[in-house]
Design a binder for this molecule. Structure first.
Ligand code: ATP
Ligand code: MG
Length: 437
């Protein structure tokens, strides 16, 4: 992509409404624009990141044996009346009526919808187990939408649902999602700590929130410092193997959200205790037969008996992650994208557009990078070098390839690593070799 034709409206000034760093950089880098409170348009740069994150989530769900489908955003009220949540959900639910005065709503989540689909289409224990997910926009009329896409009203969520015959099987599904979440977040460069979370009126101990630590986080958490320098997951996961030991190796360490903190355990930890703020990027939840009983979602067992489905649900805040990753990875000049989610891998900077030698060298490198399948944003604009450097640092691409007239005379270009700040002078060929390795 040539920057001269890319729609990336950057801003020099810090927008007054943005209180946290991710919101500021997302506005300044031209990633998003607010439409109304808590509702955003994703401009090309931001949209590329959103898609990258979505794709990592998708790949890890698929790897865990979870099957993708797509449910609508608009749902009929009647299924929510069946579960009893139409009244319980309160003002966070955006309620709509259609031209025939039917009560509809913009889905804040999809337990009812998926339970209905499963109930109507799966009849036998042989249809189990199943893990299904979709990545779809949700709407929650949050009382205080804030911090940009971090707490929006309209936001993109991945939500999965598990259907099993009994508790042991439901636990296996839960463990698959637990491990898939660890893998998903670590691919994005995040240490998302699984923390015991409140299960509300359902009870039990099977609910974890995955939380990344950040000063700007909305929730207070406490955890064993050992999490911070723990080895995350290795390369491969065999989802058909027993995942309980892996899950246990994480849950054995103390980590709790505010509602689940335990004074005795914290005292025992002594100075290994970290109390911090965090951002919830995912939440997994086993809720047994809560919805299946209310909505009569049963299968017939081997003896012909009716068995209510054991269920769980598993969410990831895809759009929140864009901001979450920025909170975890930035400096005073801008964003520092991990390569896995970067909108482009390389920013190619032409220090003197219009100069014959510079244009020729840049055009060559640009073409070669494209041919090699490397995503590159080419700053071919005329204008001051300082502006180009500042914009490139702001948007945070992992590599900056800088081409100027002086270097070219000696046959060299400069390659800068955005994260470390390290600069290398090398031949264009050597730079290409590094970027395509
Ligand atoms: P929170 O406690 O932050 O309000 P929640 O517990 O209500 O979130 P869940 O129902 O568990 O959220 O939704 C699954 C995931 O969706 C959350 O872990 C979070 O990452 C994301 N999410 C929830 N609400 C929002 C929101 N208003 N804006 C952006 N992402 C959200
Ligand atoms: Mg939650």
């Amino acid at each position: 992509m040539r920057l001269s034709s890319f729609f990336m409206p950057t801003m020099k000034e810090t927008p007054a409404e943005a209180q946290i760093v991710s919101h500021r950089f997302m506005l300044r880098a031209g990633m998003v624009r607010q439409s109304s409170a808590g509702i955003y348009s994703w401009l090309p740069l931001g949209f590329r990141v959103l898609k990258k994150i979505e794709q990592i989530v998708r790949e890890e769900q698929d790897a865990a044996g979870c099957q993708e489908l797509l449910m609508p955003t608009i749902q009929p009220a009647e299924i929510w009346r069946e579960s009893g949540r139409y009244d319980d959900y309160g003002q966070e639910m955006l309620r709509i009526s259609d031209r025939h005065d039917r009560d509809m709503l913009y889905g804040p989540t999809n337990e009812e919808q998926i339970t209905q689909i499963f109930r109507d289409n799966a009849k036998s224990y042989r249809d189990l187990p199943k893990l299904l997910y979709h990545i779809q926009w949700k709407f929650r009329d949050e009382i205080r939408p804030r911090f940009g896409v971090m707490r929006g009203r309209e936001f993109l969520m991945k939500d999965s649902y598990s259907f099993d015959l009994d508790y042991a099987a439901a636990r296996r599904s839960y463990n698959k999602m637990f491990v898939a979440y660890l893998r998903t977040f670590s691919r994005m460069g995040l240490k998302a700590i699984p923390m015991q979370a409140d299960t509300g009126p359902i009870g039990g101990d099977l609910s974890h929130e995955f939380i990344i630590l950040a000063e700007t986080g909305e929730s207070e958490i406490a955890c064993d410092k050992a999490f911070l320098d723990m080895d995350w997951l290795g390369e491969e996961t065999d989802y058909e193997s027993d995942l309980q030991p892996t899950v246990d190796s994480f849950t054995a360490k103390y980590a709790a959200t505010d509602e689940k903190r335990d004074a005795d355990q914290e005292k025992a930890l002594g100075d290994r205790l970290a109390v911090a703020r965090g951002i919830e990027v995912g939440h997994i939840f086993y809720f047994g037969t809560k919805y299946s009983k209310a909505m009569n979602a049963v299968v017939t067992g081997p003896e012909g008996e009716e068995i209510p489905l054991e269920m769980g649900s598993y969410g990831i805040g895809v759009s929140r992650l864009v901001a979450g990753i920025i909170e975890a990875s930035h400096d005073e000049n801008g964003i520092i994208w991990p390569e896995s989610v970067a909108p482009f891998k390389v920013g190619l900077i032409n220090l003197k557009s219009g100069d014959e030698a510079c244009d020729k060298a840049c055009d060559g490198l640009y073409g070669d990078l494209l041919k090699a399948g490397v995503e590159v944003l080419y700053d071919d604009r005329s204008g001051r070098a300082g502006v180009k450097f500042a914009d490139m640092d702001l948007i945070g691409l992992p590599w900056q390839l800088v081409v100027g007239p002086r270097g070219l005379k000696d046959g060299i270009v400069e390659l800068k690593n955005r994260a470390t700040g390290e600069r290398q002078e090398l031949s264009p060929e050597a730079a290409m070799a590094k970027l395509t390795a």
